[in-house]
Design a protein around this ligand. Structure first.
Ligand SMILES: Nc1nc2c(ncn2[C@@H]2O[C@H](COP(=O)(O)OP(=O)(O)OP(=O)(O)O)[C@@H](O)[C@H]2O)c(=O)[nH]1
Length: 474
């Protein structure tokens, strides 16, 4: 329920007109089917005396000319009109006097009160004539409070010694209570920014805010379970009267209640969900910022991780795959070749007399030669062949789907390409190669674990046989 100051007469007026022209009558007439004993009670009691609180505006008061007026008076008048009861005011000086008169049996009914164990000693109660929530009152600039338990570092102004203050301190011990002498002072502290909020009956709060002109205050939330259930109390002996009154109470519609409350407080009641759009948009903006920041960092980290993974597999000098990449690729190709019984060969290429280049032309030239060699080899391989730097001046090629003869001829071609190139700087160079191949078709299966070792042995033989040549170990 949202309690608003702005008028919503467009909803209330049509209902009022309908009732004015008698369309509401069938609704409550059906509910007011009095049984025989109730009808007999009406005939036997020409009037029912009612004690009220003479000074509890806007709920009720006794006017200067002795009339019962206010929200309770209007609601009870409706009950009387619909039940046929002749309810007559039994005037007293104050609420204490009304309670005493009721206890003494001088008045049969009490107007508008909560049921308490103390009162239940001599009274029975009707259903609530009005449910009046206790609401949180804050300054205009405070967001809607959906859950009091979640509030932190706030102070609430409450009249000292009241049941409300006691109950609040028990239910919400983390909220600081600022004791005041009166409800008026509690609201004044909120107005003066000395307290963050106060808790008060909705109806009384609405009336006080209007009458005091405290329009910088607003109702910011409800505390569930903190409701006043304002009923009529009837002497315990008068059960039939209570039953008749209950039928009258049941006939009052929500619209009628709203109209009556609005008439005495200026407050309009609209059933609507409260949404603090400022808070919602702030939260959305915050959420968006968190999402964007996380996304940014996620993408950035992913990019960095990819770079890192790439770097971990690449030889920094030549840009071809390093030993890590070689191990991964070889395991993959080995499994595939064994599973499908496909040929697989490796070639290890070693630059001849490379030390002499370093020694005569310097390491920088040596590096340039290694880079140029990598480019040359790469340019002469098929896409399915993979080039890696095996270490120092050695390169290794994994030749997928390549049997011994094809690997030997590829190695020869690479040697020719190197031989025919003039490296600048570096000059004329040669390489030696060792070829090893996997035996998968026919005969005992070849595990392939010693493939590099065999290629290395073949290379060793090529070196010892005079360099610039290819040897194999298949
Ligand atoms: N500039 C440069 N030199 C390297 C690099 N890695 C290894 N070397 C050098 O390569 C040379 C290899 O020399 P050796 O193992 O004697 O081989 P070699 O001189 O090529 O002789 P053979 O292989 O027997 O023909 C050494 O001088 C290493 O320092 C590198 O990344 N850059």
């Amino acid at each position: 329920m949202l309690f608003q100051w702005r008028a919503v007469r467009q909803y209330l007026l049509p209902v009022s007109f309908l009732c004015l022209f008698g369309f509401c009558t069938p609704l409550y007439a059906a509910a007011l089917a009095l049984n025989e004993s109730e009808q007999a009670y009406l005939r036997a009691h020409s009037q029912v005396s009612l004690c009220v609180d003479p000074d509890w505006w806007p709920f009720e008061q006794i006017s200067r000319n002795g009339q019962h007026e206010g929200i309770a008076a209007d609601l009870i008048a409706l009950v009387a009109e619909r039940t046929g009861l002749n309810i007559q005011l039994f005037p007293t000086v104050d609420w204490e006097a009304s309670l005493a008169a009721s206890q003494a049996g001088e008045c049969m009914a009490l107007s508008f009160l909560n049921s308490t164990p103390e009162r239940e000693r001599w009274l029975i109660f009707t259903e609530p004539l009005l449910e009046d929530p206790n609401v949180l009152i804050t300054r205009e600039d405070t967001p809607f409070i959906s859950d009091v338990a979640q509030l932190q570092n706030v102070g609430i102004a409450l009249p000292r010694g009241t049941a409300m203050a006691e109950r609040f301190a028990r239910d919400f011990p983390h909220i600081r209570i600022i004791g005041t002498a009166s409800e008026q002072e509690a609201l004044q502290l909120v107005v003066d920014r000395k307290a963050d909020m106060s808790l008060r009956s909705l109806v009384v709060a609405a009336h006080t805010i209007r009458s005091e002109g405290w329009f910088n205050l607003k109702i910011s939330g409800e505390v569930p379970g903190y409701h006043n259930q304002l009923r009529m109390g009837v002497l315990k002996s008068e059960t039939t009267l209570r039953d008749i009154l209950n039928k009258g109470v049941a006939s009052i519609t929500d619209t009628e209640r709203m109209q009556i409350v609005a008439r005495h407080t200026g407050m309009q009641v609209v059933a609507q969900k409260v949404t603090d759009w400022r808070l919602v948009s702030m939260l959305m903006a915050l959420l968006l910022a968190v999402v964007i920041t996380s996304l940014f960092w996620h993408l950035r980290l992913r990019r960095l991780n990819r770079r890192l993974a790439g770097m971990a597999r690449t030889d920094a000098l030549t840009g071809v795959g390093n030993r890590n990449a070689l191990d991964e690729w070889f395991q993959h190709e080995l499994l595939r070749a064994r599973r499908f019984e496909r040929p697989l060969s490796v070639i290890i290429l070693d630059i001849d007399h490379f030390k002499a280049i370093n020694d005569s032309q310097g390491h920088l030239v040596g590096d340039q030669v290694l880079r140029a060699m990598a480019l040359l080899l790469q340019a002469n391989l098929r896409e399915t062949d993979k080039l890696f730097r095996w270490g120092g001046e050695e390169f290794l090629v994994i030749c997928s789907e390549t049997p011994r003869e094809a690997a030997l001829s590829l190695a020869q071609r690479l040697l020719e390409q190197v031989r025919s190139k003039h490296f600048e700087p570096g000059g004329r160079l040669t390489v030696s190669a060792g070829v090893a191949c996997l035996q998968t078709q026919g005969g005992a299966p070849d595990g392939g674990q010693d493939l590099f070792q065999r290629a290395d042995q073949a290379l060793y033989r090529a070196k010892h046989a005079g360099r610039d040549r290819v040897e194999s170990c298949c």
